[in-house]
Design a protein around this ligand. Structure first.
Ligand code: HEM
Ligand code: HEM
Ligand SMILES: [Fe+2]
Length: 455
């Protein structure tokens, strides 16, 4: 039962929004599992590959990266189930189907993790899940999109925020397909793998990010929807202008024609503009806003995601995107340095921001602005910046020893071991922050109809 003061704080508008909670909970559980596999690899790089017989490195790395994708997708799906009813002013088309979709998503996640440990995988980075499970993903995503689109199109309103979010989700689903075509030629296979991996994170996922950021800023700053949504058009424009041909920065050295060096170099160097746009947008809306919303920690995560994504994706992306740099850094820990801060800043923190905003609404409890939630923000972010620095140092060592000096691959790996001690120390700090966030999550308890706004 909610207390009297909590009852005065009823914010959830539609009963069916509660289903988002399941997706957020799954998201957090899979994140913890992803991090555990990160530690296994961190220790292996430090020279302690003790679990090798049970969890070989290839299984650990595939699990780490695929769980990352699934916890983010689960977060995005939760976001859509929460945001679309509110924007469209309509209950979700079917909560029952949404729950079926939830369980089938959880099933794919569990089946692929188990599969990786029994050598059931495809061996293409980020797209390792075996073909039969791909079909299950397709069915799952079709069901998800069906529910979301039906809700949106039977609702009273189709706001720009909702349209951009849904457009991102639909395109993300379509772009999964090029990764499912079979090619014997490795260059062509690689070429289309990037249609998925690159056009997701540097294309359509940015639309999802723009939509969610816009929703959060409308709710948290009190600035007019019209003003906030105008920015969205600019961000969508910048994303497409740079991100599509920017795919070329993955085609430099994989056997594709030489003109990609120029196209990829020029257009990918423009990509940080979209992230800069998002950072400026969020800051400007915050400054313009009334600053009266009580949920300060949700605002902190929202501004955090706009800023850290610019650093991790924009700045650390441009740092190795020119062909003259990339020819040295390609596929080293410089890539991993950028991969961690970009994924965390843009998409990880975005989901943390949304969860921080949504949980009080769904449960009617005001556990924001607690010491726990503040420490969660700072420890996780300082830890992740430390991890990024450690990976960057490892990467520079690797480029120098392996590619300039010509040291053998494995000898260079041994020379890098001390950097992984630092990585583990910083990752421990990061993990502590994440656990604090999850403890707060659990403390909120389950969503309840009592939190519904009185009609
Ligand atoms: C949120 C957005 C982004 C995320 C999540 C992200 C993540 C990643 C990841 C995980 C990889 C490794 C991919 C693989 O090897 O399969 C990668 C590679 C790369 N990223 Fe990003 N990235 C983002 C934005 C950017 C931007 C804006 C730029 C350029 C300005 C950029 C430049 C690069 C380059 C050049 C590589 C290739 C590295 C190599 O040759 O090994 N990224 N990114
Ligand atoms: C906190 C504990 C974590 C540790 C110790 C850790 C460690 C590692 C290590 C050692 C690798 C390299 C694997 C290899 O050599 O193939 C890796 C890869 C990767 N991790 Fe993590 N990780 C952690 C958390 C995370 C989180 C939270 C994210 C995303 C938000 C993430 C995203 C990635 C990505 C995208 C790659 C692939 C990088 C590349 O393309 O080179 N990791 N991780
Ligand atoms: Fe890319």
């Amino acid at each position: 039962m909610l207390s009297k003061s909590e009852l005065n704080f009823r914010k959830m508008k539609y009963r069916s929004q509660k289903v988002a909670y399941l997706f957020f909970a799954l998201s957090m559980a899979l994140l913890v599992l992803q991090i555990i596999y990160g530690f296994i690899m961190g220790f292996a790089h430090m020279g302690f590959d003790v679990l090798h017989e049970i969890i070989p490195f290839n299984a650990a790395t595939a699990t780490h990266k695929n769980l990352l994708i699934v916890w983010l997708l689960s977060g995005f799906m939760g976001a859509a189930y929460y945001i679309i009813p509110e924007e469209a002013e309509q209950e979700l088309a079917s909560v029952k189907l949404a729950k079926i979709q939830f369980w089938s998503l959880a099933l794919v996640a569990v089946a692929s993790v188990i599969g990786f440990h029994f050598n059931w995988w495809e061996g293409r980075k980020f797209l390792e899940i075996p073909r039969p499970l791909d079909y299950l993903v397709v069915i799952n995503v079709l069901l998800f999109l069906g529910i979301v689109l039906k809700t949106l199109y039977s609702g009273k309103k189709r706001t720009t925020t909702a349209m951009v979010l849904v457009m991102g989700l639909v395109f993300a689903a379509l772009l999964y397909l090029p990764g499912m075509i079979w090619f014997d030629n490795q260059t062509i296979d690689s070429f289309f793998r990037w249609w998925v991996v690159h056009l997701w994170v540097e294309g359509v996922w940015e639309l999802i990010m723009g939509g969610i950021l816009s929703f959060l800023l409308i709710k948290l700053t009190g600035v007019d929807r019209e003003v906030i949504e105008k920015w969205l058009y600019v961000i969508v424009g910048l994303t497409f202008l740079s991100g599509i041909l920017g795919t070329g920065h993955h085609f430099y050295f994989i056997g594709t024609p030489k003109y990609w060096l120029m196209i990829g170099g020029i257009f990918s160097a423009l990509e940080p503009l979209a992230f800069l746009g998002m950072a400026l947008f969020a800051m400007a809306m915050y400054r313009k806003g009334e600053k009266r919303h009580p949920n300060k920690i949700a605002i902190t995560w929202t501004l955090g995601t706009a800023i850290v994504s610019f650093v991790g994706a924009g700045l650390l992306g441009i740092a190795h995107t020119l062909p003259s740099v990339n020819m040295w850094t390609h596929g080293t820990f410089i890539t991993a340095m950028h991969g961690h801060l970009a994924f965390w800043g843009a998409y990880g923190m975005l989901i943390f921001a949304l969860i921080s905003y949504v949980l009080p609404q769904l449960t009617g409890r005001k556990l924001y602005n607690t010491a726990l939630s503040t420490y969660a923000f700072w420890l996780s972010n300082i830890g992740m910046v430390g991890m990024t620095v450690a990976l960057g140092a490892a990467g520079m060592t690797q480029v120098y020893l392996e590619r300039k000096v010509g040291m053998d691959f494995m000898d260079a790996q041994i020379a890098m071991e001390p950097h992984f001690m630092i990585l583990i120390a910083c990752a421990t700090m990061f993990f502590t922050g994440v656990i604090m966030f999850i403890v707060n999550f659990v403390k909120y308890g389950k969503p309840t109809d009592q939190a519904l706004v009185k009609n």
